[in-house]
Design a protein around this ligand. Structure first.
Ligand code: 0A1
Ligand code: ZN
Length: 883
């Protein structure tokens, strides 16, 4: 390749230099500014000479003018922190190239050219974990959303699909395994160096490119697809970890089968590789044929992984696999369409997990995540529609809104169409857009056409942010039961006015005497208010609404505690039953927190809650997994959501006070329950998992109401545990108590799992998330622990995210919790800005917090904002949080 040396510093146009924006002026990218690419890249050949210290990348791009472009002769090749060592066009050292900030521009006269570029990377110094980086001795890549431009210059946008051939060579001892997308087509060796060439037959955008090189071993299996093709499956891990890959492999095969049966989607390569890496910013990545996973979503055995870990692995393996169609075969036109692949794929993974286990429990878990993570986002300064209109840093938009609310929006379409017609819609979507970079509008249109729905007004769910609030009231007259519904969509940043949305609500009317209803109805509230009448109700029925959580809205029902107790005991929709229980508790806690309860009222309300919990404890028709759900008190974040201005101290005190009261009141019941479930032997079946869930739930109540009894039981549970669920549950309870058993168990845990990074993460998280009064001090000490490092996102999250999500500690009146998180953000930003930015939203809640804490929180945000050289990630989040 010809070498044409060029200066690599940004070239400034002298005429516009004065007008150049100040260094920190944000560059806002807008959805409405989308233009098709001027140039396409039908073929890409990459050649890597691998080394952790230095890797050389030679790229050869066949580029072709886009007939849909405007005819601009300049091709923009994005770059980020890289320099071109050489550039040539059609075999000649290029003269016509120049830098525009980080991007490389070349003027091209004809319609087709070959561009060759050489870059040199330093993977071991890449602490951002975007692009090519070193992790635990191996080299791996992360390119979504804009990491490919840290490897080589390229039109790094999802609507440029290219057919990739990748050659890599490197020392065989350091990198015995060489992987990339697609199939390995050639390999060879020469002395201590070896090489492999991979070809991916499916054109893809650069964000789906991946490469892995390192010492890895695989758990190998096969899967025969619905058309009879045999696919080789490998899960690659560090030597020694292979015994913990069985569950991931089972989950993968189940996902492949499920997608064939449920969505008619067949895998399209002869090989599917998964690699587990220990340094990873997110959960996992769906690179074509070569998924890269955070180790925490791969490795599991009963001794080191909890039931929740097993479930998460199944869900994430499914999620990444399902992206092969919803994301890879049909990708996104631009990053504003992120929910096209993420919302849809989350829905697909939710349906998969529901089919693999308990549908009801899965639904409750999904709603719990939505309410504690997405609702606060939707009501805060960072609120955005599931299809945002603008961004500064796209990494900040991998949010609960785009993912989880995105899934709820598509689920509503499925609810309105019914599963069969919805499937016709998704079939049409895949058929129409296979091989394309599509938009959310394309998806809605395909569902509209395929399922036969009118989704005209429904499109508002894509453009309006904010959680709709629905007020429901039941009127009863002359044998008619009328459900009166009213909606408001709250104002959100940049959206002062809202239109009513179509809200599909499943409802049922229960007869008090029989405890039965005559069938479920689906009503769609598409105006500000509407009445829905049902005849044949001689006596006033009990209203059960938003059954199955048919719409992601907040419903306020004008009803009595008595009716809620009725539904909590009798509703045949598991979600609605859970919801009634939650409403009962939420309602009581909100009035108690507001100080508006007299002693007598408080006693009455507490009695109602205890009655509902008791009915859950003793209902023989309930399985234990569901019983466990009914026992979980509403999260403090969700309670805070119900208030215009929240006092986190009061919320915590009331919630824990209620738990302590229940723990005392029902002490014997909880002890009996703990005794009963402690007898159940370990198994992966639902009954055994349910027993483990209840074991820890019972301990939590006892810890609040009868701490000594709880400490003894938890210490015993810890000592006798033959699995991580029991051991972690017991340790969590002990961590919150000021008892000698606490330190003993913590020391044992650390020693027992020496060298296991994922379990050590739990050790950090349990202490940072505990109810212990000295958490702040513990966290400060743990930050100085030899095993703590800012270089590993899992470790950072295990200490600091657990802390930021621990309301009592984070919201300490002194403001020390806020200071700690702000200090972390500033320290982490230069190392890993993407992860640093994820810690801003907890501080961003200041407007909804009582004045003293609110000032302290805002003060910390201002301190961050005043710091020079912030990353774009942190700057965007902090500025918006203050704005
Ligand atoms: N598409 C992935 C999420 C993902 C996004 C960015 C990443 O960069 C660090 C990594 C992963 C998914 O939805 O699973
Ligand atoms: Zn995804």
């Amino acid at each position: 390749m010809d070498i044409a040396s060029r200066p690599s510093e940004p070239v400034e146009n002298p005429e516009t230099a004065d007008a150049a924006p100040p260094p920190h002026a944000p560059t806002v990218i807008r959805r409405e500014d989308y233009r098709p690419p001027e140039w396409l890249v039908p073929e890409t050949a990459l050649d890597f000479s691998l080394g952790a210290g230095e890797t050389t990348v030679r790229s050869m791009l066949k580029v072709a003018r886009n007939p849909d472009g405007s005819g601009d002769k300049t091709i923009r090749l994005n770059g980020d922190g890289i320099e071109a060592r050489s550039v040539s066009v059609d075999g000649k050292p290029g003269n016509g190239w120049r830098m525009d900030g980080p991007d490389l521009l070349i003027d091209l006269d004809g319609d087709e050219h070959e561009i060759a570029i050489e870059t040199v990377l330093k993977p071991a110094q890449n602490s951002q974990l975007m692009g090519l980086y070193a992790s635990n001795g191996m080299l791996c890549t992360q390119c979504e959303a804009q990491g490919f431009r840290r490897i080589t210059f390229f039109p790094d946008r999802p609507d440029v699909l290219s057919s990739f051939t990748v050659r890599m060579e490197g020392p065989k001892d350091a990198f015995p395994v060489l992987l990339s997308n697609g199939n390995c087509v050639k390999e060879g060796e020469d002395g201590g160096t070896h090489w492999a060439e991979w070809h991916d037959p499916w054109p893809k955008p650069s964000y789906l490119f991946a490469l892995v090189a390192g010492e890895l071993v695989s758990n190998h299996d096969t899967f025969t697809t619905m058309s009879g093709r045999k696919v080789d499956l490998n899960i690659w891990v560090r030597p020694g970890d292979e015994d913990r890959t069985g569950h991931a492999m089972e989950s993968l095969k189940a996902s492949m089968k499920w997608d064939e049966e449920t969505f008619g989607r067949e895998y399209d390569l002869d090989l599917f590789n998964i690699v587990a890496v220990s340094d990873f910013n997110m959960g996992a990545m769906e690179n074509k044929g070569l998924n890269i996973f955070n180790t925490r979503y791969v490795l599991a055995d009963p001794e080191t992984a909890t039931d929740a870990d097993y479930d998460a692995i199944e869900g994430v393996i499914g999620h990444e696999y399902f992206h092969n169609w919803s994301g890879n075969r049909v990708t996104c036109r631009d990053w504003f369409q992120l929910s096209l692949k993420e919302g849809f794929t989350v829905l697909r993974d939710q349906l998969f997990s529901a089919d693999m286990g308990s549908e009801a429990v899965k639904r409750i878990e999904d709603v719990r995540i939505l309410r504690s993570a997405q609702y606060p986002e939707d009501s805060g300064p960072l609120a955005h529609p599931i299809r945002p209109d603008s961004y500064e840093e796209i990494s900040n938009f991998y949010t609960a809104t785009v993912y989880n609310k995105g899934a709820e929006v598509i689920r509503m379409m499925r609810t309105m169409a019914g599963p069969e017609r919805f499937r016709e819609g998704t079939d049409l979507y895949f058929e129409r857009h296979d091989g394309e970079a599509a938009t959310c509008e394309d998806f809605v249109k395909a569902i509209e056409d395929g399922a036969g729905l009118d989704l005209g007004q429904f499109r508002l769910w894509y453009s309006q942010a904010g959680t709709p609030q629905v007020k429901a009231k039941l009127l009863h007259e002359n044998g008619f039961a009328t459900v009166r519904l009213e909606q408001t969509v709250p104002v959100t940043p940049g959206q002062p006015e809202k239109q009513p949305m179509p809200i599909p609500l499943k409802l049922a009317l229960f007869e008090r005497e029989t405890g039965k209803h005559k069938g479920e109805a689906l009503v769609v509230l598409d105006k500000e208010s509407a009445d829905f009448s049902f005849k044949g109700h001689e006596r006033r029925p009990v209203l059960s609404i938003n059954r199955g959580f048919s719409a992601p809205v907040a419903v306020e029902i004008d009803t009595t505690s008595e009716d809620l107790v009725f539904l909590a005991a009798k509703d045949d929709d598991a979600f609605a039953r859970y919801e009634a229980m939650q409403s009962l508790v939420v309602r009581h806690l909100i009035s108690a927190i507001g100080g508006g309860l007299g002693e007598r009222e408080r006693d009455l309300e507490r009695d109602a809650v205890s009655q509902a919990i008791e009915s859950a404890l003793f209902d023989e028709d309930l399985d234990d997994l569901m019983r466990g759900e009914l026992m979980i008190l509403p999260a403090e974040a969700y309670l805070a959501e119900q208030m215009l201005v929240a006092d986190p101290g009061a919320i915590h005190a009331e919630r824990e006070g209620l738990r302590a009261w229940l723990g005392e009141e029902l002490q014997e019941d909880f002890e009996d329950l703990h005794d009963r479930v402690s007898e159940v032997p370990y198994g992966r079946d639902a009954a055994s998992r349910g027993a483990r869930k209840l074991k820890t739930q019972a301990l939590l109540y006892l810890a609040a109401g009868a701490p000594e009894e709880a400490a003894e039981r938890a210490a015993r549970q810890y000592a006798l545990a033959d699995n991580m669920t029991d051991r972690q549950g017991a340790l969590m309870v002990l961590c919150g108590l000021d008892v000698p058993e606490r330190d003993k168990a913590l020391a044992d845990f650390r020693k027992r799992y020496e060298g296991n990074a994922l379990v050590l993460d739990k050790w950090f998280a349990l202490q940072a998330g505990s109810l212990h009064p000295d958490v702040l001090e513990h966290v400060r000490e743990l930050a100085g622990h030899p095993d703590f490092t800012l270089g590993n996102p899992n470790r950072v999250r295990s200490l600091y995210m657990a802390f930021a999500m621990n309301p009592a500690a984070f919201h300490a009146e002194s403001g020390e919790g806020y200071r700690m998180i702000a200090d972390l953000i500033l320290k982490l930003d230069p190392i890993n800005s993407q992860t640093a930015a994820r810690f801003v939203p907890p501080l961003g809640r200041w407007r909804r917090i009582e004045p003293v804490r609110s000032d302290l929180m805002r003060g910390e945000l201002e301190r961050i904002a005043a710091t020079p050289h912030l990353s774009r990630d942190v700057r965007e989040q902090v500025t918006k949080s203050l704005g």
